[in-house]
Design a protein. Structure first.
Length: 230
């Protein structure tokens, strides 16, 4: 399987998703969407992953518009798609939902609970787990989607739509190294709000938290490509 991973900054790469692809024998190609002259041919893409970044999907950037059109084309072709953080917001916007400032920043290791509407018998998400959060925007659920998870601070944390498209506001792909990179690249976002942990706390917990997320990350990706999300 050819997996294309669109990234937007140097410090938010595929991380554990690359490990999953290598373990499963898939070919993963990472591409900086903000720097690319062109995005790949939709028909040369078997699965799309859209990662995070500090920008907003509402920013008037030409490359964001190009990326949105590419995501829309992948949706039309029924490609499996995973959107992470900014990627989830991109999916929500392309699917017609509102993306907007949440009024708070959720940064750090915060608990997430599987939604009551989630297909429990078929869900790869644990009932409770603790991924990495790093966002100040949220989204409304797209029409026809099913909510998968929520946190105490943000109601819409994850959704599935069309049976093979998943948006995750949080980072289940985190590795100790990727956590170090995001802290180094986005540390200035931390300003002491109520749903923010310090950089020191985030780094101190990175090994234990990332290790606990590995099975969930693999399960979500396997679930997605198996077409068992409905």
């Amino acid at each position: 399987m050819r997996v294309y991973c669109l990234t937007h900054v140097a410090f938010e790469g595929p991380a554990r998703i690359r490990t999953w692809a290598e373990t499963r024998g898939h070919e993963l190609r990472a591409l900086r969407a903000d720097l690319a002259d062109a995005l790949p041919d939709v028909h040369a893409t078997d699965m799309l992953v859209v990662m995070g970044g500090p920008m907003s999907v509402n920013d008037p950037l030409s490359w964001l518009s190009s990326e949105a059109r590419f995501v829309e084309a992948c949706l039309r072709e029924s490609k499996p798609i995973l959107g992470v953080c900014l990627g989830a917001q991109m999916l929500a916007k392309v699917l017609g939902a509102r993306v907007y400032a949440s009024g708070l920043k959720e940064i750090g290791w915060w608990n997430v609970t599987r939604s009551a509407e989630s297909p429990v018998a078929n869900s790869p998400l644990p009932l409770n787990f603790t991924p990495l959060h790093w966002h100040g925007e949220t989204f409304d659920l797209p029409v026809g989607s099913v909510p998968l998870a929520r946190s105490e601070a943000i109601a819409n944390q994850a959704f599935v739509v069309n049976g093979n498209t998943v948006g995750l506001q949080f980072h289940i792909e985190a590795t100790p190294e990727s956590v170090e990179e995001i802290v180094a690249g986005a540390r200035a976002d931390i300003d002491g709000g109520p749903w923010q942990q310090t950089a020191e706390t985030i780094l101190a917990e990175r090994a234990t938290r990332a290790r606990a997320l590995e099975s969930t990350c693999f399960a979500v990706l396997d679930w997605l490509i198996a077409g068992r999300t409905e």
